[in-house]
Design a binder for this molecule. Structure first.
Ligand code: F6R
Length: 612
């Protein structure tokens, strides 16, 4: 949530910051702003709306500066508006600050400051923290670094902050707790951002800042300290990321590009792990902890949103293959529920961004209680990856579209491999079934390529159904969570109300919604529930509902009943979700486009939910 970028060095700061903000817009896009520092002083420009609107408003302005900070916002405190946009300026006008996170005790700090005569121009918690810092500077007669350190000791909440100080134009000060922050180390210059995407064009050397660390950046110096004012040696890492991976590459939208990347991303995820010739799976994170994992009394999947849906599918896979009881928890509920956690429990935390605040805190709590944390994460070096005891990256590459697509299928591929590896060690799977499933998984990338050929057909379907007010998504077994995921994709991309349900559960309530206007999307590939789901389709048709079905190629029964069918290659039911979800991603995408929605940046959403 919220994207931050900053630069200090010999180049013009504004173009670097503007480009960076565009790359980070997936994190929030209700308003944006920049603060630029040059010999005339500190200039702050802010605008409600997308970064392009800020850019337009700055045409013709003198934007020369060698130090600057920029922000793209996802509102928490205060509606999206010019005055609530970041950067904020302190009361004396000398400091400018950007912030990603939430200051939970801001109300108390605000009251204290108001009593001292501070007047606030915005409704944000950020302006409160900034003036709190200014006030400490004034009272303690100290420099900015010291004031920030003192302030942060009193702050409750999560933050990344970056400050510019008019009196110290060659220094940027940044700090982090609970929100991501990456420093790019160039030659005589430094970059700061919420993720590496604004940085890779200029340098591949990066430092990931940890919680409770303070960074003092000058063009040719980087000092890291903890809040106790002790120096920490920065750990410089080489980024393994190419610029092309974060550009649209000829597609109209990142979401479409990412849907179409799936044959390659799933392949990348399997590559070097799944060895068909030797019938083996190599995953160091699992292998090194195999005793812990195979003897787990219970596995708890902890995640949010689409990643939670991946966890639900994994529940079916792990229980069937490994015979270990699995629970799937919404991280936001799990963290507050005082859950019972035993020493032998294994928590699998699933997250694309690796920064989701609820998932992060949930696993921190579980770790404190003795659980073993295994992270299934996409973003390398992210907070969840770092706090986990062990893990496996999904290797889907940067996912920029706000709606998760390729990260979901990569999560399924990784989770299935983990389950297969444990099952093999535990001997809860026969050799024949193990080899069969390895082959099925290995064939998925090519089958996904085939599913993508449905694109034009689905585009036409989208036109037919785009004006629907509601939709119901139904599936059974492995395809039930796929129905949930299809409904979530439609909701977030097209703003059509959609609900996912287990197909048999429909009779216990949702069937009341069915009339001749309601599209009902069945995820009905050939599996052990096939006959049952055919009965459910008939129940909908008997009530004149419109049936759109994802079916297996060669199924000639369902097309006779359904209004529209999308046929995917046959696959073992355990890996079928990797195929059946793709027509649903495409359907949501094309309906969103047909309705004129901003599919890459749906309203109110943000890619990385770093606030609870
Ligand atoms: C939906 C979507 C969200 C995320 C959720 C968790 O398309 O993208 O529901 O899945 O916010 O995010 P991560 O996986 O980054 O923890």
């Amino acid at each position: 949530m919220c994207g931050i970028v900053a630069y200090i060095g010999p180049r013009e700061a504004y173009p670097i910051i503007l480009k960076g903000l565009k790359r980070l817009e997936y994190r929030g896009y209700d308003s944006s702003g920049v603060a630029l520092l040059n010999h005339t002083g500190l200039n702050v420009y802010k605008k409600k709306g997308k970064v392009a609107e800020l850019e337009e408003s700055l045409v013709g302005k003198n934007l020369h500066a060698n130090a600057g900070i920029g922000h793209t916002r996802w509102a928490t405190h205060g509606e999206p508006s010019d005055r609530n946009a970041h950067p904020h300026q302190s009361a004396n006008g000398k400091l400018a600050m950007i912030h990603n996170g939430i200051i939970e005790n801001y109300a108390q700090l605000k009251t204290e400051l108001q009593k001292k005569g501070y007047v606030f121009k915005s409704d944000t918690d950020t302006e409160v923290l900034l003036n709190f810092i200014e006030d400490i500077q004034k009272n303690n007669h100290c420099g900015l670094e010291e004031a920030v350190r003192i302030a942060l000791k009193r702050v409750v909440g999560a933050y990344v902050i970056v400050l510019l100080d008019q009196d110290n134009p060659d220094t940027l000060i940044a700090a982090r707790k609970g929100s991501p922050l990456v420093i790019g180390v160039g030659k005589g210059e430094h970059f700061l951002a919420s993720d590496a995407s604004p940085i890779i064009e200029y340098t591949k050397e990066v430092v990931y800042v940890n919680d409770y660390e303070l960074a003092i950046l000058k063009p040719d110096e980087l000092i890291l300290k903890n809040l106790g004012n002790e120096k920490i040696t920065p750990f410089i890492q080489k980024l393994d990321l190419e610029l092309a991976a974060i550009e649209k590459g000829g597609y109209d939208h990142f979401m479409l590009k990412e849907i179409f990347e799936q044959p390659d991303t799933i392949f990348d995820c399997l590559r070097g792990r799944l060895d068909i010739n030797n019938a083996s799976i190599t995953m160091a994170g699992v292998q090194n902890n195999i005793e812990q994992m195979m003897h787990a009394k219970r596995i708890i999947m902890v995640a949010c949103g689409t990643s939670w849906h991946a966890g639900l599918i994994a529940e079916y896979v792990f229980e069937e293959l490994c015979r270990i009881p699995v629970e799937v928890e919404y991280a936001s509920e799990f963290r507050y529920r005082n859950p019972v956690i035993h020493q032998g429990d294994v928590i699998i935390a699933i997250s694309q961004s690796g920064e989701t605040a609820d998932t992060m805190v949930a696993i921190e709590r579980a770790k404190e209680q003795g659980a073993f944390i295994f992270g299934v994460v996409n973003v390398v070096g992210s907070s969840i990856a770092r706090i986990s005891n062990a893990g496996a990256y999904t290797h889907a590459g940067p996912e920029i579209g706000v709606a998760s697509t390729k990260a979901f299928t990569a999560q399924l591929a990784v989770l299935t491999m983990i389950a297969l590896k444990i099952a093999k060690e535990k001997k809860t799977i026969s050799e024949e079934r193990y080899v069969h499933l390895l082959n099925e998984l290995n064939n998925i990338p090519e089958k996904v390529r085939e599913v993508l050929l449905l694109n034009e057909q689905i585009k036409k379907l989208a036109i037919k159904y785009k004006d629907s007010k509601d939709a119901l998504y139904l599936g059974r077994g492995y395809n039930f969570p796929v129905a949930l995921e299809g409904a979530l994709k439609l909701k977030e991309i097209s703003y059509i109300h959609a609900e996912g349900y287990p197909a048999a559960e429909m009779k216990h309530g949702p069937i009341a919604l069915v009339d001749d206007q309601l599209p009902v999307v069945f995820v009905a590939t050939k599996d052990s529930y096939h006959e049952k789901i055919i009965s459910n389709i008939q129940e909908i048709k008997a009530r004149k509902g419109k049936v759109i079905a994802v079916i297996s190629q060669g199924d000639d029964a369902i097309p006779k009943m359904a209004d529209d069918s999308m046929a995917v290659p046959e696959a073992d039911e355990l890996v079928a979700p990797l195929l059946s979800v793709i027509p649903l991603q495409l359907l949501a995408y094309h309906i969103g486009v047909a309705k004129g929605c901003d599919v890459d940046k749906p309203r109110n959403l943000a890619k990385s939910v770093t606030v609870e």
